[in-house]
Design a protein around this ligand. Structure first.
Ligand code: ADP
Ligand code: MG
Length: 325
């Protein structure tokens, strides 16, 4: 006798039982010149959709406010006029600029959003870079102490001409943090939000940690280590994100504020910490400081860890991390 007649009712039960729809939801979009991804758990598909919409909205809003590629963005207005008069901006810009200035003090100027005063002369897509004279002429504009924030008035002012700021080293982390906050408010308990090199995890992956790979800076499909994480942020800065090569030299997008030239000695710096605004700014900072001074800074910061790959491919990590597997 065949078992088919007995199997059929069972199959029907399984099919009807399936749409309980408690599951992982996923979305990806290109925003802020990078790939934005959100993954979350919700038993309510409509809520999941709304939550993912809010994350995408948050990223778009940050981009509209803070992009230096959009001439009408508030940040572009700051760069155009803040040397003449205080420029009013959204509270989000005030907050990001204040956190950036704190990071400048903490890092002795290795992290400096006024790097852009010389940074704007580079065009990595067009393989363009400034010559020595152009760098020397622009360097006086690189000094975070020339940026004045008036929190009460909601304004930003530059104390001299020739200053420009760019939030590329911190704004994505900020947008990721804001997104996680929105998800939390909607009652989401397990999520991952990622914007380019910046990731934050909300909760765990339901009973197990999230596992985030740190990519091999010279081999896209491979990782140098995998880190199990919960409720934490992780950012990587790499010399492979935006660069061009000329006579065997790699000109990339992370600049030493004091020289106006690409930082040397590191291929990638990854920082793990409580929030993504911090880890984003710190990964850029550690990249600029180099292995030794970078890890010294990390050792001073409670709850913050780092993995650095140097220009020979050697892997270094902070004391709080076990040997990367
Ligand atoms: P990404 O994820 O885009 O690679 P990173 O966190 O690695 O971002 O930061 C690189 C970006 O930081 C650059 O594209 C530039 O906008 C900005 N930046 C470069 N050098 C500095 C610096 N010394 N201080 C602050 N920001 C910088
Ligand atoms: Mg960064």
């Amino acid at each position: 006798m065949t078992t088919l007649p007995r199997l059929l009712p069972l199959l029907a039960v399984l099919l009807f039982a399936a749409p309980a729809r408690a599951e992982w939801h996923h979305r990806e979009e290109a925003i802020m010149g990078t790939r934005v991804a959100v993954e979350l758990w919700s038993e309510d598909a409509a809520l999941a959709r709304r939550a993912m919409d809010e994350v995408i909205d948050e990223m778009r809003r940050t981009d509209e406010l803070m992009s230096t590629y959009k001439p009408q963005s508030q940040l572009s207005q700051v760069n155009a006029h803040a040397h003449e008069r205080p420029v009013r901006v959204d509270a989000a810009i005030i907050e990001v600029v204040e956190r950036a200035l704190e990071m400048s003090k903490l890092s002795g100027g290795a992290f400096d959003i006024t790097y852009a005063s010389v940074g704007y002369l580079y065009d990595y897509r067009q393989h363009q870079r400034p010559n020595d004279e152009q760098i020397a002429a622009a360097l006086p504009g690189v000094d975070y102490r020339q940026v004045q924030v008036d929190r009460a008035a909601g304004t930003i002012r530059f104390l001299r001409e020739g200053v420009r700021i760019d939030l590329g080293g911190i704004a994505k982390g900020y947008a990721v943090d804001r997104s996680i906050e929105r998800l939390r408010r909607l009652g989401i308990a397990h999520a991952m939000v990622n914007a380019g090199g910046d990731t934050r995890l909300l909760g765990d992956r339901r009973g197990k940690p999230w596992v985030v790979g740190v990519r091999d800076p010279r081999n896209e499909g491979r990782v140098v280590t995998r880190l199990p994480l919960e409720d934490e942020a992780l950012s990587t800065s790499g010399d492979y994100e935006r660069y061009f090569e000329e006579d065997g030299v790699r000109y990339h997008h992370i600049l030493v504020p004091g020289t106006g030239r690409s930082a040397r000695g590191v291929r990638s710096a990854t920082v793990i910490g409580a929030d993504a605004t911090l880890t984003d700014a710190l990964s850029t900072t550690v990249f600029v400081l180099g292995v030794e001074r970078g890890l010294q800074l990390i050792a001073r910061l409670p709850g913050v860890e780092a993995v650095v790959v140097d220009d020979e491919g050697r892997i270094f990590h902070s004391d709080g991390l076990t040997q990367p597997q």
